[in-house]
Design a protein around this ligand. Structure first.
Ligand code: DQA
Length: 152
């Protein structure tokens, strides 16, 4: 069975490309997603995407990941990273492995961005590497899910 990875993006990430390009880069979310889809296709894996500006919609999508055969999540929760106990609880509830990604290096920015409600649940975090961070996370996820399916 091919592995299935869900890439979840939170608030304001739909504006990538035009939103503060000096901080977040000039690539649109659609452009980043197209690259990830190509990486997955080459590995015979499936990647699906979800972006929302609404906390509850992100919680609902995490819940449905438990039921739809998702093996791994890549999560950039945007500002909800720093505020949302609900997203943390949803990720804890579904017990799916995930990597937390941030385009910017949150540790070089304002103090309020230094804390993540998700980080200690994540397998790992990638910050500050721009759009490449999603690709590195996907490459790891594909290796991780291939390894786990061999073990079972
Ligand atoms: C972000 C960092 C967050 O602090 C911010 O609220 C975002 C984007 C990033 O990818 O660098 O919306 O998650």
């Amino acid at each position: 069975m091919s592995s299935r990875v869900l890439v979840l993006n939170g608030p304001n990430l739909n504006l990538l490309g035009t939103r503060e390009p000096a901080v977040y880069g000039s690539r649109s979310l659609a452009d980043i997603e197209a690259e990830l889809a190509e990486v997955a296709r080459r590995s015979g894996a499936e990647v699906v995407f979800f972006q929302s500006n609404h906390e509850g919609a992100l919680v609902d999508r995490i819940h449905s990941a438990k039921l739809d055969g998702t093996d791994f999540l890549i999560v950039n929760a945007g500002a909800f990273t720093h505020t949302s106990v609900a997203l943390r609880d949803a990720l804890a509830a579904v017990e799916l492995p995930f990597i937390e990604v941030h385009l910017s290096n949150v540790h070089r920015r304002e103090q309020f961005r230094h804390h993540s409600y998700l980080a200690d649940l994540a397998l790992g975090t990638i910050v500050g590497l721009g759009a490449a961070g999603y690709r590195y996370a996907l490459e790891y996820a594909l290796g991780h899910t291939a390894k786990n399916s061999k073990d079972h």
